[in-house]
Design a protein around this ligand. Structure first.
Ligand SMILES: N[C@@H](CCC(=O)N[C@@H](CS)C(=O)NCC(=O)O)C(=O)O
Length: 225
């Protein structure tokens, strides 16, 4: 079986799939595409025109949550809990990670202070909710790495760059979330899910948004010069 992951170098949804593949020790080939100039072959494979797409024996699977489920159905070790109720809860928390990714996009695209503050507050509420959900770690549901961890690692990775630009204080009252974030950033599969130039590329991407955050990057760059 050959597996190809059609990717974009900054896409957090691609990272979920790459992390799950590496956790399961499945070899795969990764092809990065330019989402601002989508190739025709990609549009033929991807009904929504979005990354990731996983190609399995020439058959495309789209939507990251579906790709994760397919990998779970076909490749050991299991990264979902065995109990159906717990498994359903994990799927719910993966959706929660997607909602946070939408809030992050809202934050970096916010064009005025009001919209920026709203997104900051919403992210604060979501991380507080997560704080009350977590146990003693090091991962979401204890000692075993799960698909929820694969979904949250790319969420936290954004803040490695955003924290350098502006202090949002999102994790100040969330010690369990902070410890979880650290456990995920130390995980080899998480580290290998992006290329070495990811922080630089993300900064460039954020700088081009014409947003409140872009303005802060500009100030940061000027004060460093
Ligand atoms: N719900 C999708 C979201 C994927 C997604 O939003 N991918 C972005 C890149 S991170 C994309 O391809 N955007 C291109 C577009 O929307 O035109 C999933 O979970 O796979």
């Amino acid at each position: 079986m050959t597996l190809k992951l059609i990717s974009h170098n900054l896409c957090p949804y691609v990272q979920r799939a790459a992390i799950a593949l590496m956790e399961k020790g499945v070899p795969f080939e990764r092809t990065d595409i330019d989402l601002s100039n989508k190739p025709d072959w990609f549009l033929k494979l991807s009904p929504l025109g979005k990354t990731p797409v996983l190609i399995v024996n020439n058959m495309p699977i789209f939507e990251s949550a579906v790709i994760l489920e397919y990998l779970e159905d076909t490749q050991p070790p299991a990264l979902h809990p065995e109990d159906p109720l717990e498994r359903a809860q994990h799927r719910g928390w993966i959706e929660f990670a997607s909602a946070i990714l939408n809030d992050i996009a809202g934050l970096y695209n916010a064009v005025d202070q009001g919209a920026f503050a709203d997104k900051q507050a919403e992210l604060g509420r979501k991380f507080a909710r997560l704080e009350s959900q977590l146990g003693n770690g090091p991962f979401f549901s204890g000692s075993d790495f799960s698909l929820v961890d694969a979904a949250f690692a790319p969420v936290f990775r954004y803040f490695d760059t955003i924290d350098e630009i502006v202090g949002l204080g999102l994790f100040d009252d969330a010690p369990k979330v902070s410890a979880w974030r650290k456990s995920l950033s130390d995980r080899p599969s998480v580290q290998k899910a992006v290329s070495a130039d990811y922080p630089l590329r993300l900064r460039e991407f954020l700088q081009k948004r014409n947003s409140v955050l872009s303005g802060l990057i500009l100030k940061d760059t000027q004060s460093a010069a």
